[in-house]
Design a protein around this ligand. Structure first.
Ligand SMILES: Nc1ncnc2c1ncn2[C@@H]1O[C@H](COP(=O)(O)OP(=O)(O)O)[C@@H](O)[C@H]1O
Ligand SMILES: Cc1cn([C@H]2C[C@H](O)[C@@H](COP(=O)(O)OP(=O)(O)O)O2)c(=O)[nH]c1=O
Length: 225
């Protein structure tokens, strides 16, 4: 019998270290015979990648930004995430709706009630269970002080509209993630992302071992070079 799909998201402020670990985790799951779909938000489909370019580069207000992000999310869910989960894949997604509550909500100060309405509209009616609002099975939160993230990013890449924000913005975003984690503690796994890469990898894989989703042997191999 095929195994049920798993929807796992990775969150944290820019520079927290998410992207450094997602491919390693995908490889660990593949070693165990799982099929893995790796994706990201905003993005993940041709339409959503076009919307991503706009959101990251073109000036716009917070409502426009939120509408485009949720439009991208619905297209991504419909064309990539739901089909992958229906096949029984492990879906590893770099950011999802918690990022919208953290960046547009806490960071930009946009209305959380409107975001919840958009979340229901965008994430419902696509799963086999018609009234299910799709949410991650697990969200790994890379928790890092904004000052440390800024140091890591300094000179590492050309900043987009979000990465160019001052450290106070990222303090609000970090608080937004903390609030989301406090509201859904069973879904969130918090990592201390201030540790070195190897220790972050160990923390990450131990979450999956504890859940019974990765075997210890597989989890202790691989990781960042
Ligand atoms: N644990 C770590 N310690 C120090 N630097 C790190 C660590 N993890 C990642 N980095 C570096 O920090 C920067 C941001 O990492 P990245 O994985 O791109 O973060 P994110 O995807 O969360 O924005 C990169 O230059 C990366 O090499
Ligand atoms: C998914 C999402 C991302 N974002 C922002 C956070 C990031 O600064 C940016 C792109 O995310 P990310 O892919 O993590 O950036 P990078 O490719 O530079 O590592 O989009 C939002 O503001 N709201 C959202 O809902």
């Amino acid at each position: 019998m095929s195994r049920p799909g798993l929807f796992i998201t990775f969150e944290g402020i820019d520079g927290a270290g998410k992207s450094s670990h997602i491919e390693g985790l995908a490889a660990a799951f593949r070693t165990q015979g799982r099929t893995v779909t790796v994706s990201r938000e905003p993005g993940g489909t041709p339409l959503a990648e076009k919307l991503r370019e706009m959101v990251l580069n073109d000036p716009m207000d917070a409502l426009t930004e939120s509408l485009l992000i949720f439009a991208a999310r619905r297209d991504h869910l419909r064309n990539v995430i739901e089909p992958a989960l229906a096949r029984g894949d492990v879906v590893l997604c770099d950011r999802f709706t918690d990022a919208t509550f953290a960046y547009q909500g806490a960071g930009r100060g946009f209305d959380l009630g409107v975001l919840s309405t958009l979340e229901h509209l965008a994430q419902t009616g696509l799963a086999p269970q018609a009234d299910l609002m799709r949410e991650p099975d697990l969200t790994v939160w890379f928790d890092l002080a904004p000052e440390v993230a800024a140091e890591r990013l300094a000179g590492a890449r050309v900043p987009d509209r979000f990465e160019a924000q001052p450290v106070e913005f990222f303090r609000r975003v970090a608080q937004g993630y903390a609030d989301r984690a406090a509201a859904a503690p069973q879904r969130f796994a918090r990592l201390d992302a201030a540790q070195d890469r190897h220790r972050v990898w160990q923390q990450l894989t131990s979450v999956f071992v504890r859940k019974g989703w990765l075997a210890i042997m597989v989890a202790t191999q691989g990781g960042p070079q």
